[in-house]
Design a protein around this ligand. Structure first.
Ligand code: GLC
Length: 425
């Protein structure tokens, strides 16, 4: 059955939100794993989760102003804490001082802002009593793991997993995107723990069928250890369009602002807004989306550094979104340090570095009708290659047959990434 996922390839740019108890220690969303925290010790954060500044309308407004068209929120991360009033556990936000379901206002705020609604849901659960201890579990270095795993029943965990997914896909209306995370089959545990987990552990075929039955048009990712609707490269940019069995596939790179998904207070390794914009362009030029992450604080606010980065991306998108929405790879090959995105008969040349006065576009001969800067629609002169031209003083020699040369001002326009909009014949 084909699903209507056209919105996904049109919209190209989304916000990922990692929020949970880990926002309180504020030392990365894997803090429980990294510090091998005992469950009883980690549960103390329940008492401090006030989230008094939680305002999903503010999140939606921040995403929209950045040019993002959809949002994906962690309903539950590996720590096992749930942001909704699940009937299947007490380890949830309604048992914290915050006391309210965070998912309903999130969904409503997105819909009110005209944004598509996505859920991230962890397959992994370091809190559930039936989830067996394996090599990525916070208890992975204990010396009595086989004893600890006695009585744990993954069949009961599967019931819990499927039950919670049913809650999320039944109680909140249409959900547009489901990002499961993650499978790690086959990796043996050095001293008697359970092996890595994959599709059998989640009963993935049945789980995916359940999702499609409850939400026929939902987009589902590729981390159930069975093929999904798209591929999700993480924290790297693919070198070209992504292929499966030689055929291009839908893909979306998920990226952080500073290397951590959860709020990481002392981590200043922030990417520049210019680099983030180039990552968005680069992805679209290769047929992919960008899912850019924020990690709100324990109070529920998107921290100022993150908001600054998103605001600068928004400034660029205000003038350049035509080169992103509904755009994709071009049949033409871009010059060095440039990217092409194309939307019908509009070709967008993104200049990642500013050349001196000229940029030569191979293969565009006979195709160019008109050219202008995208941000201000100011005309850009262009010239078809003249194979007879002789280099003499300031006059350039001949470029390769079929090359079109654009004449650029010496100073780049004051935008993060300058773009020339080329009207193709
Ligand atoms: C990885 C990280 C996880 C994060 C996810 C986002 O799986 O381990 O913490 O949520 O990527 O894609």
């Amino acid at each position: 059955m084909t699903h209507d996922h056209a919105w996904f390839t049109h919209d190209r740019f989304g916000m990922f939100v990692h929020w949970g108890l880990y926002a309180l220690p504020a030392r990365h969303e894997w803090v429980m794993h990294r510090e091998q925290t005992q469950i009883a010790d980690y549960e103390r954060y329940l008492r401090y989760f006030e989230a008094d500044l939680y305002d999903p309308e503010q999140w939606a407004a921040t995403a929209k102003a950045a040019g993002m068209k959809y949002v994906v929120l962690t309903t539950k991360h590996h720590e096992g804490f749930c942001l909704w009033d699940s009937k299947l556990t007490d380890y949830k936000i309604t048992n914290t001082p915050h006391g309210k379901d965070a998912i309903r206002p999130y969904v409503e705020a997105l819909r009110a802002a005209g944004l598509k609604v996505g859920f991230y849901h962890s397959l992994i659960d370091w809190h559930h009593p039936d989830y067996t201890i394996d090599l990525i579990n916070p208890r992975r270095e204990d010396d009595n793991i086989p004893e600890q795993n006695e009585g744990r029943d993954m069949a009961r965990y599967r019931e819990y997993l499927h039950g919670q997914v049913r809650e999320l896909l039944t109680d909140y209306g249409q959900i547009d995107y489901l990002f499961f995370d993650f499978s790690y089959p086959g990796r043996e545990h050095p001293n008697g723990g359970a092996p890595g987990k994959g599709h059998e552990d989640w009963d993935s075929e049945k789980l995916m069928a359940l999702c499609r039955e409850l939400q026929p048009n939902i987009v589902i990712n590729d981390r159930l250890d069975i093929p999904g609707d798209l591929v999700t490269p993480e924290q790297y940019q693919p070198s070209g369009p992504m292929l499966r069995d030689g055929k291009p596939v839908l893909w979306e790179a998920c990226q952080t602002l500073n290397g951590s998904w959860g709020y990481d207070r002392d981590n200043d390794d922030y990417k520049s807004p210019e680099l983030l914009i180039k990552m968005l362009i680069d992805g679209v030029s290769k047929g992919g989306n960008l899912l850019l992450n924020v990690g709100p604080t324990g109070r529920g606010e998107i921290d100022p550094r993150a908001r600054e980065s998103l605001a600068e991306i928004g400034d660029w998108m205000t003038y350049h979104d035509k080169s992103i929405y509904g755009a994709g790879p071009s049949e033409f090959t871009a010059p060095v340090d440039c990217r092409y995105t194309q939307r019908g008969d509009r070709l967008y040349l993104h200049l990642f570095s500013w050349p001196l006065k000229h940029v030569h576009l191979a293969g565009l001969g006979g195709h160019v009708e008109y050219a202008q800067f995208l941000h201000d629609a100011s005309e850009i002169f262009f010239k078809e290659a003249d194979p007879q031209a002789q280099a003499q003083n300031t006059s350039r020699g001949a470029e390769a047959e079929g090359t079109v040369t654009l004449s650029l001002p010496v100073r780049p326009p004051n935008v993060a990434v300058p773009v020339v909009e080329i009207f193709l014949k």
